[in-house]
Design a protein around this ligand. Structure first.
Ligand code: WTA
Length: 654
């Protein structure tokens, strides 16, 4: 990969950006919202009486088996929405469409990296999901049990997720790029009883040996009693008798009819792990009705999904974006979802544009990091293809720098597609701040205005309103927020609701301009965002110190023109360590083995000591400055040992 240059001015450019793009009414005049005055009217109503608003939305957008008794309750930071109601997610994503004209509409159009294509209609998807649900029951799973999904981006991943929801099994999807140790940790933390995986998946022309990785994890996960394996790459794999079953063999034994279970509105839907500031990744628990309402509403209003759209969200199902906007949101809306298995630049850098032209994709939702890597490759790749089918472009995962926004708008969207920059988090479940496509005037780099029913605040640490920038918080609970951290409600309370008493703390910094537009300025905690993927600096540090030669490690993020942030690890070695030229490489591989390739440090620096405060805390701020600018000019008065700075500077000059 090309080495990225530091992106010195991203925040600067965001602060000085003042271009405004009006929606182009002539081209698209049938958006769900008429105009901004309708947005402001509805928004005001939704904030003045949120419960009435959410209740109305739930009635209009979801199918319940039984209505709720109470819209909302909030006790000990435990939210309950629509309690008393009975509902099923797979019913809302499949059955309710199959009984309409959508029965034979494509639900999924999938392209594998080698170029194989599968199209699955709503009716067919329902049969596959029902069959899979029966398989899951057959291997002993019942409502409330947990199952891990560790798969390449193939239709069976979606089928399994929906099958879990059909019978009340709680899924935890682990991104296929995570290492076996990460998979093991997640399975152990959530007590999964089963694992659904594949022999392998295709990536950059070769196959990733997923079952082999899974086997490694399974050595230390005694709770897993059964494993279902999809044959994708024809990889030679070990199958443990009575534990491992081939999907294609097992499925023959079961019917393709399975009634959806009538589950309570607060039935746990999934656990998804994400990085925090301390310790191991935390498992955010989302529940059924509120989450489904959030993803359905936002998919409908923000992405403006219509009957004839072919909608492509490029995220993997291992991330929340994949959950909400590849699977649940668009399928609940009855959309045709496009899915691609492999690497974006394979076999040629025009793979994305080729597929958009071939499948006549109309809505594209991707990450700024991908856009920036396309910019670097040059316009000629998109220009080789007919992208005229596109009508809407979305972005998510990190602040988008205005330069990337403009390129996306001009080169990909030909100045006719609205750019929908969506701010949200694993914890928030679905988009919170984003323009309503074709209605909200946009500004490059701003996620614009809040979704209905969501009241963002910008506060100081003491909870008072901040006129300048401050901490982005949300005033009140909303239906699609995570209910808890699985197994650690105290941590949930502390992290999200007690940091600034009584409001939801996002961990992001933001400012609001004179038009009320929100500008997200990035994380204010020790979470870094590498290519739109969240990583805790502590997580990488803990992985590094496991290496026998490493004494201490401090990780900081540094601006990177492609990835948003890059990883710099400052390491002190044990006295006994033998330093040779391959030690940095070895430590880097060691970190990858424990977390996954996304945690690969961009730079490792050996140093004699780390700067610490008198109370022993590593002063990451100084390291961040050093990694970014090459010098330290910030306040060093709390530093315990000043000679450390000299040593660090020396290590910089190496
Ligand atoms: C960042 C991904 C600016 C933010 C959906 C947040 C963004 C973290 C945007 C959540 C955006 C996400 N503009 N920053 N449009 N979207 N972020 O949990 O720092 O993987 O807190 O969820 O990504 O990352 P997560």
């Amino acid at each position: 990969m090309t080495k990225s240059e530091p992106q010195k001015t991203s925040i600067e450019t965001l602060l000085h950006e003042n271009r405004k793009f009006k929606p182009q009414k002539k081209l698209f005049n049938n958006y769900f919202l008429k105009d901004m005055s309708q947005y402001f009217k509805l928004y005001k109503k939704s904030i003045n009486d949120p419960l009435k608003f959410w209740e109305k939305m739930a009635l209009e957008h979801l199918d319940f088996f039984r209505k709720w008794k109470k819209v909302f309750s909030w006790k000990d930071f435990k939210a309950e929405w629509f309690s008393g109601a009975l509902i099923n997610v797979s019913y809302n994503c499949l059955d309710r469409h199959v009984i309409t004209d959508r029965k034979n509409k494509a639900a999924l159009i999938w392209e594998g990296e080698p170029g194989d294509i599968r199209t699955i209609t709503y009716q067919q998807l329902l049969l596959e999901v029902a069959n899979c649900a029966n398989m899951l029951k057959g291997i002993g799973l019942k409502s409330g049990d947990k199952a891990a999904i560790y798969m390449p981006l193939i239709p069976e991943a979606v089928v399994t997720m929906l099958a879990c929801t059909r019978i009340g099994v709680i899924h935890t999807v682990v991104f296929g790029g995570f290492s076996s140790s990460s998979l093991r940790d997640r399975i152990q933390d959530s007590n999964c009883k089963a694992l659904i995986t594949a022999d392998g998946g295709f990536r950059k022309g070769s196959s990733v040996k997923m079952k082999e990785m899974a086997d490694e994890a399974l050595k230390e996960t005694p709770t897993v009693k059964a494993v279902i394996v999809v044959k994708r790459t024809n990889e030679k794999v070990n199958m443990m008798p009575n534990r491992d079953f081939w999907w294609h063999e097992l499925s023959q034994k079961y019917s393709d009819h399975c009634e959806p279970e009538k589950l309570s509105a607060e039935h746990p839907l999934f656990i998804l792990y994400t990085s925090g500031t301390t310790g191991k990744p935390k498992g955010l628990l989302h529940t059924t009705a509120g989450y489904l309402l959030g993803v359905t509403l936002t998919a409908k209003y923000l992405f403006d999904i219509k009957e004839k759209d072919i909608y492509w969200c490029t995220a993997d199902v291992g991330w929340v974006t994949g959950h909400s906007y590849l699977v649940y949101g668009p399928l609940s809306c009855g959309a045709t979802v496009f899915m691609y298995e492999g690497a974006p630049l394979y076999p040629e850098p025009d793979r994305f544009w080729k597929m958009i032209a071939k499948h006549k994709i109309t809505i594209l939702y991707t990450a700024p990091t991908a856009i920036r890597s396309f910019i670097r490759l040059g316009k000629e790749y998109p220009q080789k293809h007919d992208l005229s089918s596109l009508r809407l472009l979305g972005t998510v995962g990190e602040p988008i720098n205005p330069e990337a926004w403009i390129w996306y708008y001009e080169v990909i969207g030909h100045k006719k597609c609205p750019i929908v920059d969506t701010w949200w988090q694993t914890e928030t479940g679905a988009a919170m701040i984003a323009p309503f496509s074709g209605v909200t005037p946009t500004k490059p780099g701003s996620a614009t205005l809040p979704m209905f029913g969501i009241e963002p605040l910008i506060l100081n640490k003491n909870g008072s309103n901040s006129k300048e920038g401050g901490f982005l918080c949300i005033k009140k609970p909303w239906p699609y927020m995570a209910r808890t951290i699985y197994g650690d409600h105290e941590r949930y309370k502390k992290t999200y609701w007690k940091e600034i008493e009584g409001v939801y703390f996002t961990g992001d910094g933001a400012r609001r301009d004179k038009d009320g537009y929100f500008w997200i300025m990035g994380r204010v905690d020790d979470v870094i965002n590498v290519s739109g993927h969240r990583l805790g600096t502590m997580e990488i540090e803990s992985a590094a110190v496991e290496h026998p030669m490493v004494a201490e490690c401090a990780v900081v993020g540094r601006p990177d023109s492609i990835k948003g942030q890059g990883i710099v690890a400052f390491i002190t070695l044990k006295k006994s360590a033998t330093v040779n030229h391959s030690l940095k490489e070895e430590i880097s591989k060691f970190i990858i083995k424990q977390i996954g390739a996304l945690a690969k440090p961009d730079e490792i620096r050996f140093t004699d000591a780390l700067p610490k405060t008198r109370s022993g805390k590593i002063m990451r701020r100084l390291l961040r400055e050093l990694a970014t600018t090459g010098s330290i000019s910030g306040d060093t008065t709390t530093l315990e040992d000043f000679s450390v700075l000299e040593k660090l500077r020396e290590s910089d000059e190496e």
